[in-house]
Unconditional design. Structure first.
Length: 512
C-alpha cells in the first residue's frame, strides 16, 4: 500500500490530505480563527463541582467552560495541587487512577487551580473535554509528568524489538515521570530516543515556571499546529512521500525532520506546477463529494450516510449491481465492497459517536463473519479508537468511533440559513396558507382592512396567477384591500406585512 501526505497552504487555510493507494482517506483543515486545540495544556480554575453528574466544569478562559469527568481526575492533580501533608493527612499510595483514598468530589473545590489538557475539542454547544492526565508528545516518546510507569506502543509487534525498547525505557525513565515509546521509535537507537526525551524535559521545565507564575486561567502549553503535528505523528517510514505547495511550510517541515528524523527529510517534495495541488491529485473532487449522502461503490452498489444528533446511520444498497450468481453471493460481494468504502468514508468525514450500519441481509453465518472481519480489518488502519459489534439478527452492525473534534464537514460547510440544516423549506402552498391564517387572526382582532404584504417572486406569481387569482379570493373572503409587493430579499417561507395607512411593520414571518 502506498501512502502519501499532500499539503495545500493558502492565506485562508492549510489543508492536509492523507492518501492510501491514491485514495483520499483523511482530511484535516486548519484556519487562523480555528486552530487545533487537542493537546493544549491550561492552568484552569474550578467553576462548578457536580457530584450528581460525576463531573466538574473548569474555566480555562474560553467562552464555554471545559468539562472534566471525575474518571479523568488522575494522580497528576493530586500530586500537583493537593497538599496532603499540610492538611495533616498521610499521602495515599501512588496509583494511576484515583482509587486509593482520593475523593474527587471532596477534594475539588470551587475556584481551586487545576492543570488540565484538552482531549476533545468543542462540538456544537458543548465545551471541550479535558483531563488531568498530562502528556507531552514527542517524535519517539510521550512524556507524562507525575507518573511512574512506562509502556510500548501496541503497534510494535516484534517481541525482540519490544524487549529492546523496554530496556531503553527503563534506563532513561526520569524520576516522577512516565514514558510511552511511540510506534515510530521502532528500529531507532537509544541516542535518538534520549535526544527526543531531553527536548520534552526542557519543555516541561519551561511549563513548570509558567504554571507557578501565571494566574488562572492561562494557556501553559500550545501543541504544534496541525501540519507540524501530523508530520510528527504520521510521517514514518511507511509514508512514501510528502508533497507541499508552500516553500515556507516545506522549510519548516524539513528543518523539524533534520532534528528528529533526518533519514526522512528527502521524502519531502515541493510542488511546482501551476495546476492547484489538490486538483492534480484528484482530491478536490473527493472533497466536493463529501457533502453528499450517497457514496457509490465500484461494483455499482452504493451506501447512504446520514448523520443525526444521536447516531450516524449508514445503509447499504445493491444499486446498479446485478451480479451473475445467486442472491447470497451477490449480497456478500456488495457488503464486502461496502465495508471498505464505509471505513474510508467514516475516516474521511471524521464521523464519531455511535454508528449503525444496515448491510444487505445475509443468511449464511460464515458470510456474516466475513463482512464483520472485513470491516474490522479496514478500521484497523484508523488512528481513532473504534469498537465494533458483530452482525445482529437484523443484519445491523453497531460500532462506536472516538470523537475528538467536530466532523470535517462542519469545518468546510455551514448550516443553510434558510432551512437551518434540515434540508427542508416550506412549499409555496404552505407559505400562502400561513399568510391566510395570519389574516384571519388579524381580522379577528379588529385589524385594519388595508395592508401591504411583501413576498418573494415565487409566492407573488402563485398569488397573482390567473384572472380570478388567489389574491382576489383572499380579499373577497376577508373583505380587505391587500397590496402585494414583490421583494427579492425574502426567501422561502418568509413574508412581511405592513399597515397601508401608517406604513409600519405589523408582522414578519421567518422560517419556523
Amino acid at each position: 500500500m502506498t501512502k502519501e501526505i499532500i499539503i495545500n497552504a493558502s492565506n485562508e487555510e492549510t489543508r492536509i490530505a492523507i492518501l492510501e493507494d491514491s485514495n483520499l482517506v483523511e482530511l484535516f483543515i486548519e484556519r487562523p480563527e480555528y486552530q487545533r486545540m487537542v493537546g493544549d495544556i491550561y492552568k484552569g480554575k474550578v467553576s462548578r463541582v457536580l457530584p450528581g453528574m460525576q463531573a466538574t466544569f473548569i474555566n480555562i478562559g474560553h467562552e464555554q467552560n471545559a468539562f472534566l469527568h471525575f474518571s479523568d481526575v488522575l494522580e497528576s492533580y493530586r500530586d500537583y495541587f493537593v497538599d496532603y501533608e499540610q492538611d495533616g493527612e498521610e499521602r495515599p499510595p501512588r496509583s494511576r487512577k484515583n482509587k486509593y483514598g482520593f475523593d474527587v468530589a471532596k477534594n475539588l473545590k470551587k475556584d481551586q487551580n487545576i492543570l488540565v489538557q484538552i482531549i476533545k475539542e468543542p462540538i456544537g454547544t458543548k465545551g471541550c473535554r479535558v483531563t488531568t492526565d498530562i502528556a507531552l508528545p514527542g517524535r519517539f516518546v510521550v512524556l507524562m509528568p507525575w507518573q511512574s510507569h512506562f509502556g510500548i506502543s501496541r503497534k510494535i509487534s516484534n517481541q525482540k524489538e519490544r524487549k529492546r525498547l523496554k530496556e531503553i525505557a527503563r534506563q532513561i525513565l526520569p524520576p516522577n515521570f512516565g514514558l510511552i515509546i511511540r510506534t515510530v521509535a521502532e528500529g531507532k537507537d537509544d541516542k535518538e530516543i534520549k535526544k527526543d526525551l531531553k527536548t520534552l524535559l526542557n519543555t516541561w521545565q519551561e511549563m513548570d515556571k509558567r504554571i507557578k507564575d501565571l494566574p488562572a486561567p492561562a494557556l501553559i502549553y500550545k501543541d504544534m499546529g496541525m501540519a507540524s503535528s501530523i508530520i510528527r505523528d504520521l510521517f514514518s517510514a511507511d509514508v512514501d512521500r510528502v508533497v507541499v505547495d508552500s516553500r515556507r511550510l516545506m522549510r519548516e517541515i524539513v528543518s523539524y525532520l533534520k532534528d528528529v528524523a533526518p533519514k526522512l527529510a528527502h521524502k519531502v517534495n515541493y510542488y511546482k506546477s501551476k495546476e492547484p495541488i489538490f486538483d492534480h491529485f484528484d482530491i478536490e473532487k473527493e472533497i466536493a463529494r463529501m457533502g453528499e449522502s450517497k457514496a457509490w461503490l465500484k461494483n455499482g452498489g452504493y451506501v447512504i450516510i446520514e448523520p443525526t444528533e444521536a447516531l450516524v446511520s449508514i445503509d447499504v444498497n445493491s444499486g446498479k449491481f446485478i451480479g451473475k450468481k445467486d442472491h447470497e453471493t451477490n449480497s456478500l460481494k456488495i457488503n464486502l465492497e461496502a465495508s471498505r468504502e464505509i471505513a474510508r468514508q467514516v475516516r474521511l468525514r471524521d464521523l464519531g459517536g455511535l454508528i449503525v450500519i444496515d448491510f444487505i441481509d445475509l443468511q449464511d453465518e460464515e458470510n456474516k463473519k466475513k463482512v464483520f472481519f472485513e470491516l474490522k480489518k479496514e478500521f484497523a488502519k484508523d488512528r481513532s479508537i473504534t469498537k465494533i459489534e458483530g452482525v445482529s439478527r437484523f443484519g445491523l452492525i453497531e460500532m462506536t468511533r472516538q470523537r475528538v473534534r467536530p466532523s470535517v464537514l462542519h469545518t468546510i460547510n455551514a448550516d443553510c440559513p434558510v432551512c437551518k440544516g434540515s434540508g427542508l423549506v416550506p412549499t409555496v402552498n404552505t407559505t400562502v396558507a400561513r399568510i391566510e391564517r395570519w389574516i384571519k387572526r388579524y381580522r379577528a382582532g379588529k385589524g385594519d382592512r388595508r395592508i401591504s404584504i411583501r413576498v418573494n417572486s415565487e409566492v407573488y406569481n402563485y398569488l397573482k396567477e390567473g384572472r380570478y387569482n388567489r389574491l382576489m379570493k383572499l380579499m373577497w373572503k376577508y373583505w380587505m384591500k391587500i397590496r402585494l409587493i414583490r421583494d427579492e430579499q425574502l426567501t422561502y417561507g418568509q413574508y412581511s406585512v405592513y399597515d397601508r395607512l401608517n406604513k409600519t411593520l405589523i408582522e414578519e414571518e421567518k422560517i419556523a
